[in-house]
Design a protein around this ligand. Structure first.
Ligand code: OGA
Ligand code: NI
Length: 197
């Protein structure tokens, strides 16, 4: 995993957006994708909200994804593996970049065909604890015509990230506005935030 961690940190330092094509092993990505599909079939996903959990609205004109929070209490082997890897990554970041991360939260996200997430920042106005955003895509054979790209707004240019399985994105939550463009296929990912107190 060391190589993936180094790739993320070096591209983050150079371009404000950390990228890796191999953060999750194929085996783990496949298992997490199967989990998400099963959760959706079992009607376990909830409509994502805007704003923090206390003050949120579910305005479909802004955001159309459905989510499910990962938690060790689920006793799911693959969620545990994922969270173990995040513990390792956080330790790496704190040791190599003095990021001072003290916690995290991650959810599965599923965008049905025709849904999107309009341009936004990931930090809430009344809660600055989200320091870094991290997204891991779980879409096998994602094609150009499937849409659903992540568009990141830099000061002078836009960066497009294709949500294909294996790729991971990392950026500062307070810094970069971004948007999920409308997808023409069901779009699967795990999204989360590394937090400071
Ligand atoms: C988010 C988000 C981007 C993506 O959940 O806040 O911006 O590519 N997701 O899924
Ligand atoms: Ni976001």
């Amino acid at each position: 995993m060391q190589k993936a961690y180094e790739d993320i940190v070096s591209s983050y330092i150079d371009q404000k957006v950390g990228l890796s094509q191999c953060f999750l092993s194929d085996k783990l990505a496949t298992a997490l994708r199967a989990n998400l599909i099963a959760l959706n079939s079992g009607d376990q996903l909830e409509r994502a909200g805007i704003g923090n959990r206390a003050k949120r609205s579910t305005d479909l004109s802004n955001r159309g994804d459905k989510i499910y929070w990962l938690d060790r209490s689920h006793k799911d082997e693959f969620e545990d593996q994922f969270l173990n890897q995040m513990d390792e990554f956080v330790a790496y970041l704190n040791a190599s970049c003095y990021t001072g991360i003290t916690g995290y939260e991650f959810h599965y996200a599923l965008y049905e065909k025709g849904t999107f997430y309009k341009k936004h920042l990931d930090q809430f106005q009344d809660n600055k604890s989200r320091a870094f955003t991290m997204i891991m895509y779980l879409n096998v054979d994602w094609k150009e015509e499937d849409g659903g790209n992540l568009c990141i707004y830099h000061e002078k240019h836009k960066q497009i990230v294709n949500p294909k399985s294996g790729s991971s994105v990392f950026f500062k939550s307070s810094d970069l506005e971004h948007e999920v463009l409308s997808c023409n296929q069901q779009r699967l990912s795990i999204t989360g935030w590394l937090k400071t107190d």
